[in-house]
Write a protein that binds this ligand. Structure first.
Ligand code: 1CP
Length: 334
């Protein structure tokens, strides 16, 4: 029998608005945060994509913005608008007393993980948090932003305040991930989605250092847990990130420099990525071609197939099926 070299596959935002079964639950639950904190519904949503598709990973259904909520900032999700956070200007504006009290507010999520762990069979279970700078970005911007002018001004003019809040976010994120691991997550991903906003010293202080701390403490806490880092948009800084932050898996978007792949092989870091989610909106055979391109590009590396960012709401389910089929056919043909 031919031994098949299986390429593990999952999709960022694999649970979400492109799935009618998700929309059905969402229609009955207008409060998104409450949905994230409901273990029965959140575990059901986490498992929805696995019922349809041949995937290797379950990802916890939640959101990176449960951390500002735990820290006492008001977070709401408006329909067709995205998240809305009540503005803060310093750590004093947070209703934050201590770590355990804050974690208590989101401890239902550990119940969700427990349920998923009991149902995961042979699948991997991914827990996650936002990267500290990305979480700070939403806390200061008050929601999604095109210009990111508030956060840029904040870290320039109020560096100490920014560092104070980053410290708290980092500390709570580490405890949050530890609890997810204790309850059954065997992978954790740190979504540093706005890493690409920073350069030079700011990249070192606000991206490298907090991610380094999370990686180090999680590694000390649990050796077998695999850590996926995703410093999205890092461009040439992906290399600095790889040198400075110990990763098991590095998730890549379209901006990584070509030379990075040999560095990742040397360091035995698995590549995750990087099909552009826009491709999943298109018709025809292009999606198959683009999937093959990704497989060819990373064939010399250890590879977890994924997108370069989350699945978009208008994605066709048939395109997800096409991608998975190409990956499965590719691995058996090798
Ligand atoms: O139903 C709805 O209206 C809510 C849509 C939705 C969903 C399905 C949001 C609001 N969050 C999520 C789930 C989610 N978010 C997951 C679940 C697991 C999965 O299937 O992958 C994960 C991992 C996230 C992470 C997340 N939330 C990130 C990091 C990844 C990324 O996209 O860069 C970020 C930045 C957020 C913030 C967020 N949550 C939701 C919205 C609309 C936003 C804003 C995004 C933006 O600023 O553009």
């Amino acid at each position: 029998m031919k031994i098949v070299n299986r390429i593990p596959i999952w999709f960022m935002r694999q649970a979400g608005r492109y799935l009618p079964e998700y929309m059905e639950i969402r229609a009955k639950n207008s409060d998104f945060l409450k949905l994230c904190l409901d273990p029965d519904l959140a575990s059901e949503i986490s498992l929805q994509p696995l019922k349809r598709f041949d995937l290797d990973f379950i990802i916890l259904f939640s959101d990176i913005l449960v951390i500002p909520h735990a820290l006492g900032q008001e977070v709401t999700f408006l329909k067709n608008h995205g998240p809305l956070l009540k503005s803060i200007y310093s750590k004093k504006d947070l209703d934050y007393k201590n770590l355990n009290k804050a974690l208590d507010k989101i401890s239902n999520i550990f119940e969700t993980i427990k349920i998923l762990n009991s149902k995961k069979k042979k699948k991997n279970l991914i827990g996650f948090c936002g990267g500290p700078f990305t979480v700070l970005n939403y806390m200061i911007e008050g929601g999604t932003s095109k210009t990111h002018s508030k956060i840029k001004t904040f870290i320039k003019n109020k560096k100490d305040e920014a560092n104070d809040i980053i410290k708290i976010i980092t500390e709570i994120s580490i405890e949050y991930l530890k609890n997810q691991i204790e309850n059954g997550a065997n992978y954790v991903q740190i979504f540093e989605s706005w890493a690409g906003l920073l350069e030079n010293e700011e990249y070192i202080d606000f991206i490298i250092k907090p991610n380094q701390q999370i990686s180090k403490e999680i590694r000390e806490f649990s050796k077998p847990t695999k850590i996926i880092h995703f410093p999205r948009g890092s461009r040439k800084n992906y290399k600095i990130f790889t040198e400075e932050v110990k990763c098991d898996v590095l998730s890549l978007d379209q901006t990584y420099p070509k030379e990075l792949l040999s560095l990742l092989r040397e360091k035995r870091i698995t590549v995750q990525g990087n099909l552009d989610p826009q491709e999943l909106l298109k018709e025809g055979e292009r999606v198959e071609e683009k999937t093959k391109e990704v497989l060819e590009k990373f064939k010399k590396n250890n590879h977890i197939f994924n997108l370069s960012h989350g699945i978009l709401p208008k994605t066709k389910i048939s395109n997800i099926e096409k991608v998975i089929k190409v990956v499965r056919d590719y691995e058996t043909s090798k």
